[in-house]
Design a protein around this ligand. Structure first.
Ligand code: SAM
Length: 374
């Protein structure tokens, strides 16, 4: 019985092909590749072009399994690669593994680059528990159901998409998830790698560019939860009426973390960093408020039958931009306690606005059934 090697290849930067991957590819007799024209230059570049190439892709994956099994039985060293990244992750590979294992062979994996893990590495939002949804269906109820199911379960959502369809995806995600932190990881490991960060429904920074490949990461907890948790840390860290032990105990209880972790968070929040934390929290809350106000504007314009609702979506919200500008100035936030109060008031407004919009949405349903999956 033979061993099929499943090998990860770069998602942009050739330097990411591991030394072990190169060694295994060099030793191979046959390399199964999703698109042999795509893989050949990579193999030539690393001097691993001695093997015979066999095309195995989404359309013939299952049919090719017996051929691969026959090669393994004949003692040949066989590798499987997809166009880029990890085979089997929104790519061919899984069915080959299933079929080859069923025929009595084993597989070994040579892990490496993947857009999924690269995006998570740079996301900087809470991804402790997540649902990877791959490419969502383009239309239909399943698209919404998948996202809602994950978000309702408190999971972060990770989705693959092409850059030119990302705006549409972000609009849908805002409609289903509300104002959550979002990161669009674009052109990972390539020259123009960029992490576009912001809040669903609001502006991303830097603004999104309509080019390349992207991974979209939406945080599991909503902005209000996230900001509230951050503010709790600051409030407790500054509460002189409690002993350090009691502060840590209360924080551990409130956030479901260990007392040791709570001590560490409280220590971080003391001194200067608490001002920065409150300012960051306020900025997030303000961004969420702007996103919700924009959505309300768009919804109102749509209800009034405006021809072009996109203009309303981009319109300035009186006061909101000024608030964001104020918060961007480091010197404007020197009194943590007052800032804390302001942040809590803003959060209350965000929650109320979110609930109001949900209620309006519930009332305003036009009963359209867009399920075209059937
Ligand atoms: N198997 C691959 C992996 O492990 O990442 C994914 C292949 S899937 C067909 C292609 C999708 O992965 C793209 O549409 C995009 O969403 C994501 N992707 C691939 N390379 C990327 C990159 N360099 N930057 C951002 N996203 C990327």
């Amino acid at each position: 019985m033979g061993v099929l090697s499943i090998v990860a290849t770069p998602i942009g930067n050739v330097g990411d092909l591991s030394a072990r991957a190169i060694e295994v590819l060099k030793r191979a007799d046959v390399i199964c590749a999703e698109d042999t024209r795509h893989t050949r230059p990579l193999l030539e570049r690393v001097g691993a072009d001695g093997a015979r190439l066999m095309a195995v892709h989404a359309h013939n994956e299952r049919d090719k399994a017996p051929d691969i099994a026959a090669l393994l039985e004949a003692g040949q060293k066989v590798c499987f690669v997809s166009d880029a990244g990890c085979p089997g992750i929104s790519d061919p590979g899984g069915r080959i593994v299933e079929a080859v294992v069923a025929l009595g062979h084993t597989v070994e994996v040579i892990p490496g680059p993947s857009a999924l893990t690269a995006a998570l590495m740079g996301a900087g939002v809470d991804i402790a528990k997540l649902a990877f949804l791959g490419f969502l269906p383009r239309k239909g109820k399943e698209r919404e159901r998948l996202v809602r199911h994950a978000i309702d379960g408190g999971l972060a959502v990770v989705v693959y998409e092409a850059a030119n369809r990302t705006d549409e995806l972000l609009e849908d995600l805002f409609a289903w998830c509300g104002p959550r932190r979002v990161v669009v990881a674009r052109e990972l490991t390539k020259l123009h790698e960029t992490f576009h960060r912001g809040i669903l429904g609001g502006k991303l920074s830097p603004p999104l560019v309509d080019k390349g490949e992207v991974v979209v990461v939406v945080e599991g907890g909503d902005v209000v939860e996230h900001v509230t948790a951050a503010l709790d840390v600051v409030a407790l860290a500054n509460d002189a009426s409690l002993s350090p032990k009691e502060r840590a105990r209360r924080l551990a209880q409130a956030q479901g973390i260990s007392v040791r972790e709570a001590y560490a968070r409280l220590q971080q929040a003391q001194g200067k960093s608490d001002v920065a934390e409150v300012r960051r929290a306020l900025t997030l809350a303000a961004e969420a408020a702007v996103a919700l106000l924009s959505a309300d504007d768009t919804a109102r314009a749509a209800r009034q039958g405006d021809a072009d609702t996109s203009e309303a979506a981009g319109s300035d919200i009186p006061g909101a931009d000024a608030l964001l500008r104020l918060l961007a100035r480091p010197s404007s936030m020197s009194a943590p306690v007052e800032a804390l109060e302001a942040a809590r008031a803003l959060l209350g407004a965000v929650s109320a606005l979110d609930a109001l919009l949900e209620a309006i949405d519930g009332d305003g349903s036009d009963g359209t059934d867009d399920d075209d999956d059937a």
